[in-house]
Ligand binder design. Structure first.
Ligand code: SF4
Ligand code: SF4
Ligand code: FES
Length: 640
């Protein structure tokens, strides 16, 4: 990346060289000068309501066309002011202090005196700025505006309209970051309020982020409301376990109970965002439903037991069963436990029946990926997606499968100029999920299921015919020539149920030297997954992007389960198992047929996760002895 041009500026008399065009509020941080703000946020754009709170006003002198430095007649907003050569900024004059007092006095006119009962109290930018920069008292004696308190925007977010200072952080988040644009300003003047379209529910997958962004106690968490004061909380750094994206989070505890989850900054992964599944889905940590001692079935009912009793029972049944046992699960279990579990199974119990996969197909997809490209899941970092010219989202409901990857893909499109091509192997009927990628994709194609390989051949044909590929591509694609010759663009379009022009538009965007391909669940669960992935790999190689193809996993430690050998044909480190065992489906069929006397489930709600819950239930009911390592007595554990 080229070095940015630097300019010389002064802030309160301190000389500093900063990138040309950097916002002055950021430059001030470099020299330790604090400029207060409310609406500014470095990840939110200035459009649609930026620079509106005026809290960051500073005095500015800038060089004119003749080179002389002259003071601007009015104060400027430091959050929107780009640094230019010779600029001089004053943040500590009496005039600036008066501006800040004035801005805060205006903001507090309609702000209720709720601090003692506001969840934001103690960590509130409005409280802090008022204390440091505000007036000592109010001159406003008229009636403040009133709204009903705690208006529910959704199951997770409540809104106190009286406290809102109209900073537009929340509205810009839904426009700039999550992209669902569900929050906007309604009405005008003193009546202006944040709201959803016609007061419908705020259903964003990322709604919880606005709670952290709101600089006052206007947008609040419903589950956390009145649960604690910030100074009562102990914070633990942690990682979210609700999907494979691995967001960095902070767990806030009070009285040994988890009270709330906030995002923790990690520029490489989640930046400072979480999805709602993570932010509001960690309540199991302190849930009263958690099992605190072993349960053993006696006389038809599961009853509390001692560890000795449970262990003795398991040992006796394992000895009876011998190697005719199966182990299922582990995609949300730590690597160390998984390693020991598979070693115990394979070496001590003599069973190779181990699997963590829940889908209908068990193709050796990852091995093919590893053999060809040297990775099993992601080819590039999440942050690396920002540097792409084109991102192909192939067969993925990205916003649900990979929420944080979705945010990066969207960021790459909105702020970095990337194009997005989406291919959905589903008929043109309405999707059963809100397909947010289609809303910004340059090309979104719904192809007939089963035509993925044909589609990719057709795509290559367009690229070769239009000479869009590097010179080496013609020779490299020679082994594909025979099959490729069957898929002219016209025939491909007809087979896939798309227009030939759309195919060509996709080909032109995908023939680039900075391409990322994200293959989703429709690919990994495809009966011909290996063939589809091979062709996606060909697309990556022939466009000159051998590191383009990522096939992310979805469960939080699915990668670890693969690495540690929770696979019927793979030992830890992907060493082929010389005596492969049964996969999940085969184990369940064997158990249902009475051929597997013992099943051991580790951290998996089989009835909720396995693609065929009827088979899972039948297997669990038919199996004479089921051990379930579960956090709580879920539907599956009840059948143990
Ligand atoms: S609700 Fe909060 S974030 Fe949204 S405009 Fe009001 S003060 Fe700003
Ligand atoms: S994206 Fe995944 S890891 Fe991140 S908060 Fe959501 S569920 Fe958790
Ligand atoms: S922070 Fe600059 S105008 Fe709000």
């Amino acid at each position: 990346m080229p070095e940015p041009d630097l300019v010389n500026i002064k802030i309160d008399g301190i000389a500093v060289r900063v990138p040309k065009g950097e916002k002055v509020i950021e430059s001030a941080k470099r020299v330790g000068v604090d400029i207060p703000f409310f609406c500014y946020h470095p990840r939110l754009s200035m459009e649609d309501g930026g620079a509106n709170c005026r809290m960051c006003l500073v005095e500015v002198a800038a060089a004119g066309p003749d080179g002389s430095v002259r003071k601007m007649p009015k104060p400027q907003t430091a959050c929107s002011l780009p640094a230019t050569e010779g600029m001089e900024i004053i943040t500590n004059s009496e005039s600036v202090r008066a501006d800040r007092r004035g801005v805060l006095e205006f903001l507090l006119i309609n702000h209720p005196l709720d601090c003692p009962i506001c969840d934001r109290g103690g960590e509130c930018p409005l409280q802090n700025n008022t204390l440091h920069y505000g007036p000592d008292t109010t001159r406003y004696v008229e009636e403040k505006r009133h709204f009903p308190k705690a208006y529910p925007l959704s199951d997770f977010v409540v809104f106190d309209r009286e406290r809102c200072i109209h900073c537009a952080r929340c509205t810009r988040f839904t426009t700039d970051i999550s992209g669902d644009a569900q929050l906007g300003f309604l009405k005008r003047g003193a009546d202006m309020e944040v709201g959803t379209f016609q007061h419908t529910a705020f259903t964003s997958r990322f709604s919880g982020n606005v709670i952290e962004l709101c600089p006052v106690g206007a947008l609040l968490s419903r589950p956390y409301r009145f649960k604690a004061r910030p100074w009562d909380l102990l914070t633990q750094r942690s990682l979210c376990t609700r999907c494979s994206n691995g967001c960095c989070i902070k767990l806030d505890y009070r009285l040994d109970k988890l009270q709330r989850v906030n995002a923790r900054l990690n520029e490489e992964v989640n930046e400072e965002w979480t999805c709602d599944r993570g932010k509001f889905g960690m309540d199991y940590v302190s849930s009263d439903r958690r099992l605190r001692q072993p349960m053993v079935r006696r006389g038809g009912d599961l009853e509390p037991a001692t560890w000795e009793e449970a262990n003795d029972l398991i040992i006796a049944r394992l000895q009876e069963a011998g190697p005719r046992i199966g182990g299922i699960g582990g995609a949300s279990t730590a690597n160390e436990d998984l390693y020991v579990w598979q070693k115990f199974f394979r070496e001590m119990l003599g069973s190779h029946n181990l699997d963590h996969r829940m889908g209908p197909h068990f193709p050796p997809t990852r091995e093919g990926l590893f053999a060809r490209f040297g990775h099993h899941t992601m080819a590039s970092s999440i942050a690396g997606l920002e540097g792409m010219k084109t991102i192909l989202v192939f067969g993925s409901n990205l916003v649900d499968e990979q929420p944080i990857l979705f945010l990066r893909v969207r960021k790459a499109w909105r702020f970095r100029g990337a194009s997005v091509v989406e291919v959905i192997p589903q008929p043109a009927a309405p999707l059963d999920y809100p397909n947010h990628v289609s809303e910004f994709a340059s090309v979104s194609l719904r192809i007939r299921p089963g035509t993925e390989v044909a589609f990719l051949y057709g795509l290559l044909n367009v690229m070769l015919a239009e000479k869009l590929l590097p010179e080496s591509a013609a020779a490299r694609s020679a082994p594909l020539a025979q099959e490729r010759s069957r898929w002219s663009p016209e025939r491909t379009a007809a087979e896939c149920g798309i227009g030939a022009d759309a195919l060509a538009r996709a080909a032109r965007l995908l023939a680039t030297d900075r391409l990322a391909i994200l293959a989703g669940r429709s690919v990994t669960q495809h009966p011909e997954a290996r063939a589809v992935l091979d062709m996606l790999g060909n697309l990556a190689v022939l466009t000159g992007n051998p590191d383009a193809l990522s096939v992310p996993v979805t469960e939080c430690n699915e990668q670890g389960a693969m690495d540690m050998g929770i696979l019927p044909d793979s030992l830890p480190g992907y060493v082929p198992d010389p005596t492969p065992g049964l996969n999940t489906e085969q184990m369940l069929r064997a158990a249902a047929a009475g051929e597997l006397p013992l099943l051991w489930l580790v951290g998996v709600d089989l009835l909720g996760s396995f693609h065929d819950p009827d088979l899972a239930r039948h297997a669990l009911e038919a199996c004479p002895f089921v051990v379930a390592n579960a956090l709580e007595l879920d539907e599956t554990a009840r059948l143990a």
